[in-house]
Design a protein around this ligand. Sequence first.
Ligand code: GLN
Length: 205
Amino acid sequence: MTAAPTIGVFALQGDVREHLATLGSLGVRAVRVRRPEELAACHGLVLPGGESTTMAKLAVTFGLMEPLRARIAEGMPVLGTCAGMILLADRIEAGTRDQVSIGGLDVTVRRNAFGRQAESFEQDLDLAGLEDPVHAVFIRAPWVEQAGPAVEVLARVQTAPDASRDAVGRIVAVRQGSVLATSFHPEVGGDGRVHGLFVDAVRRA
Ligand code: GLN
């Protein structure tokens, strides 16, 4: 691809602005996606953090659910962060009874996995493909409880956040083909390197 790719950010709910800013700093055209026509114009898509149950319901209401599934099945690169990771998961633990996902990522995620005391925490993580650690911000984050054979584990929790001893070693970043997902918020804090990995995948696709 020679011209700058267009990368959409799912914008029916969630922390859209930070992703648009980070993508913009990487020299791609970053646009909000609320309607199927807007998705059709994108070479890649970010599913931001937010509230996964609300985001899924709105995706159905606005006619985006089936187009999203179709584009992901066709290999459109997608980056899901936090709630976005939940939306991409084929299986959800601790979801609401009627919670649906877009799917495409052969993992089981646990919503709000880190527990009440550790609702939000930050730590530096080694992430496969990046030379230096990333500063990872977790906000009521999910973790990946189980990952299928095609899923590459990119990062795990390295030190226990308060009152969540169970957290060390949990998977918090994965890739399966052109689907990339993180439990944390790489759009927070001005480090564009995770988005950079994603933009590279879009340019290759
Ligand atoms: N707990 C939220 C959910 O289940 C995700 C939180 C986030 O995206 N920061 O959707």
